[in-house]
Design a protein around this ligand. Structure first.
Ligand SMILES: [Fe+2]
Length: 138
């Protein structure tokens, strides 16, 4: 099973290939089981981030701390969307699942992609030098 974006780093690709189908299950999961699915996905993402950060630390990936900060921001989004034990709005939660899936996909396609390029020895240093926030481009 391949993830939507293949990065070429087996550890990362394998984890992403597990997480993506979990989000795809949302559409076929009954409302009453959505909270359990949320907890399942959140736990998997937490475990994945820990594995990915250990890999990056081991390999000396540049901008490690920025990547870790991105992980913390994403986990904050999960925490903010986590359904209450006392009940939740299933339709709103389904929308949050879609937003979270988009955040994760965006993360894989950007920060993870750069990390994978470093790990694979294909990262162009000039690309990193040229990275700017939108406000810095002017
Ligand atoms: Fe990541």
């Amino acid at each position: 099973m391949h993830p939507a974006i293949v990065l070429g780093v087996p550890e990362m690709d394998a984890d992403h290939a597990v997480i993506e189908p979990m989000f795809e299950r949302v559409s076929t999961t009954p409302d009453a089981a959505l909270a359990d699915l949320f907890r399942e996905i959140e736990a998997e993402v937490i475990a994945h981030f820990a594995r990915e950060e250990a890999l990056m630390e081991r390999e000396g990936v540049p901008v490690l701390h920025c990547h870790q900060a991105q992980h913390r921001l994403l986990l904050g989004e999960f925490a903010a969307a986590r359904p209450s034990q006392d009940g939740f709005d299933a339709a709103a939660l389904r929308e949050r699942f879609a937003v979270l899936a988009g955040f994760v996909a965006g993360h894989v396609g950007s920060v993870d992609r750069v990390t994978a390029q470093f790990l694979g020895g294909t990262l162009d240093p000039a690309l990193v030098q040229a990275l700017r926030l939108p406000d810095d481009a002017a």
